[in-house]
Write a protein that binds this ligand. Structure first.
Ligand code: GTP
Ligand code: MG
Length: 140
């Protein structure tokens, strides 16, 4: 699997609680992303802190960790040419108030803190984050 063509997503606890897994995966597929690995799981507080370590010390960090460990998530590795940028475009701006019409966050986010979905922000992080959830990705 070409690493520059993958990204890691999480459908966040709020969107899972509201039963939006199906519609969100449908949009992801309609936009040409192929699901290479996927699991329904829940982050512990420690795992959420590790995943979002780059934000440690920021004022929103504790709320972010509490939210991300509050319930089930769907983690998935997605493949498409130029996956990281294409997927960030599809999910929309971090704050749903600034997200374009038709983006996943515009459609499903409840707020800046509960913004429905994660997407990796670089090829390097896509690889690190994919390894966080899945092993032996080379086999796909
Ligand atoms: P992720 O895909 O979840 O990584 O979001 P992002 O890459 O669009 O944003 P970023 O990595 O900068 O921040 C991670 C998460 O922290 C965001 O998705 C928001 O839910 C939350 N967050 C970021 N900035 C703020 C902020 O200024 N205030 C609050 N309350 N939450 C924030
Ligand atoms: Mg981010």
């Amino acid at each position: 699997m070409q690493k520059e063509n993958i990204t890691l997503t999480m459908i966040k606890p709020g969107a899972v609680k509201k039963n939006h897994i199906g519609p969100i995966l449908g949009i992801i597929n309609e936009n040409g992303f192929i699901i290479k690995a996927m699991k329904l799981t829940q982050l512990t507080v420690e795992q959420a802190k590790k995943f979002y370590a780059v934000h440690q010390g920021k004022p929103f960090f504790n709320d972010l960790i509490t939210f991300m460990s509050s319930g089930p998530i769907v983690a998935a590795v997605l493949q498409k040419e130029n996956a990281v940028k294409e997927f960030r475009d599809l999910i929309g701006a971090t704050d749903p108030d600034n997200a374009k019409d038709g983006t996943i966050r515009k459609l499903f986010a409840e707020s800046l803190s509960k913004n429905a979905i994660h997407g990796s922000d670089s090829n390097e992080n896509a690889e690190i984050e994919s390894s966080f959830f899945f092993s032996q990705l080379e086999q796909f």
